[in-house]
Design a protein around this ligand. Sequence first.
Ligand SMILES: [Zn+2]
Ligand SMILES: [Zn+2]
Length: 303
Amino acid sequence: MELTLLGTGGMLPLPQRHLTSLYAEHEGRAVLIDCGEGTQVAAARFGCKLSRIRAILFTHRHTDHVAGLPGLLLSLGNTGRTEPLPVYCGEDCVQTIRHLTAVTGGLPYPVTVHPLPDHRETHLPLPEIDPGFSADTLPLDHSVPCLGYRLTLTKRPVFDPERARALGVPLPDWKRLHSGESVRLPDGRCITQDMVTAAARAPLCIVYTTDTRPVPEIALFARGADLFVCEGMYGTADKHESMEAKGHMLMQDACTLAARAGAARLWLTHYSPAEKTPEQYTDALQTLFSGTVISRDGQSLHL
Ligand SMILES: [Zn+2]
Ligand SMILES: [Zn+2]
């Protein structure tokens, strides 16, 4: 899976900082989380192909997370798209998405809006990306209803030639077993895929939580994540009270959550426009959680 953080800003885009959005691509099919003003510009800048987007997820209805949708939908229409585009968002966000879709004035493909419960966790299979791909939601604690997402990709089992050889499976049948089919041997035995694969591998997990106060549920939600993308508006403790009042958190809060979650790495994002040089906090934040990355626009990772 290829992951690209298209922007790292919160509230408003800056000349050198796009708004927070994550593009996750698996075998040529991508999901986008959030689409603020200019997200399609950031996608082009970092080589993320809009035509590969199979679904869009929204965290909440604030402008810095949704306002880029109409332009992106029009651009998708210009790529010749005809297949439906599913959009998933909390119930509170649905009307905003419908309005933003309406201003495009008609598209050559349908946009289907799927409301998700705002106040309870939901499991959402996303076969548009892969049969083993899904998203789980977590209601966050912001000034309006907001959802965190945990993306999970179940890894296909690895074919084990030694086991196939030991069972006497002829070479021409290996490909069929590899693709999931069963094979019947001349002696009548039926060989299934699980008989010729190595032990199951842990799924890939990517967690995305912005905007929210640092509620303890987030640490559980992000447990063991391969990548935890989390907001961190400021890096100084004097902003603690105002962040609490506005429904946000500090970079330090995100690091503490990542440590509690046992995440492999943390990408900080959604910096305040007033926070001009977040990288100045790197050393201090890495003492809280060694896997902390002060993300920049275009931060990418292959998992
Ligand atoms: Zn925001
Ligand atoms: Zn917000």
